[in-house]
Design a protein around this ligand. Sequence first.
Ligand SMILES: [Zn+2]
Length: 361
Amino acid sequence: MTNKSSNQKLIKRFIEYIEIDSESGEEEQFAKRLIADLKKLGLTPTRDKIGNIFVNIKGEAANAPTILLNAHIDTVTPGKNIKPIIKGDKVQSDGTTILGADNKAGVVAIIEALEIIKEEKIPHGNLLVVFTVQEETGLYGSKHIDRKKLKADFGFVFDGGGPETIHNAAPAQKNIEVWIKGKAAHAGVHPEQGINAIKVASEAIAKMKQGRIDFETTANIGIISGGKATNIIPEEVYVKGEARSHNPQKLKKQLDHMVGCFKNVCQKHRAKLKYKIIDMYPSFKIPAKHKIFSLASKPYTLKPSGGGSDANMFNKYGIPSIILGAGAHDLHGVKERLSIKELVFGTKMIVGLIRQCSKKQ
Ligand SMILES: [Zn+2]
C-alpha cells in the first residue's frame, strides 16, 4: 500500500472512532466496535468485569519479553456528537466538543500497528493489548482491572502528546473534600448570631498555597459550593481540591498545609470542620538507564508528566511502564487537536517497538 493511502486509512479510522461517543462510563458502543475490529484481525478479545478489553497475541520468539500496549477508550466531556474538521495536518472539533484524540489517537495507532504486523508478517514476541475503560474518572478502569489478565514484562501507554516525548515519571495525586458548618441566621435582622461558612472557607482558601508549589508539586482548589439566599447567613460550604507531587513527602506536606488552613480558620470562627483525603493514584519514576528505553525508537526526550494515567497503576502492579504519544494535543478542552503527521509517526513507533521486542532481551 502507498504511504498516502495508508495514511488515509489511518485518518478514516480515527474519524470513525471519534464519531462514536464514549464519555467515561458510556463506552459500550465504542467497545463493541473495537472488539469487532480486533476480531477482523483474527484476534480473540476478552473482557473483565468492568469492561476493560484484553487481547493476547502469542509471539514466535520464545525468549522475547511480553509487552503491554495500552490506551484508554473513554473520553472527557463534552464528548458527544463530535464533528471533526480536517485542516491540513490538523484534525479539530467544531469547537463545541472535545476531539477525543485523548485517547483514540492511541487506540487507532495500536490497532493500525497490529494490522501492519499481521499484513507484513513482522516477527514479534508476546503482546498483551489492553484497552481500559474509565481512565478519565480517576483511573477507575485500571484500578479495578482483573490483575490475573495483566501479565507483562514492560508496559507502553500511548496516552501522551507528541511522539518525540516519553514520560518516564508521573506525580501522585490526592484529593481533599471539605465540609464547613457555620451557623445560619437572618442576614438583615440577626447577622451577629450567624457564622458565615462562605467567609470561613474563603479565609482558609486565601491563606492557602496553591498553583505551582515547586518544580514537582502543584495544588488547586477546584470546587466550592454553598449558601441558599442573600438574606441568610450561609450555614454550609463544600470545598473540593487536589494536590499532586512527584515526591510523596512533599505531597503529604502540601495536604497537611491545606488541612491546617481549614482547621485554623474554622477554630478561629467556631465553625465545624469535616474533611476527607482521597488517594487518587501513586507516583512513578523509571530511571533513564532502565532496560525499557532500549525498546523505544530514538530520538526522544524524557520528561516527567504533570498528570496521572493508567501507567501509574501498571507501575504500581509491578510492570515498568512509560507513556508515549500519538499526536493528541491541548487535551481536555474544546481546542483539542490531532496532528496527523504525529499519529502516523506514533503508529510506526509501535510497529518499531514490536519489532524490537521480538528479539531476546
Ligand atoms: Zn488520556
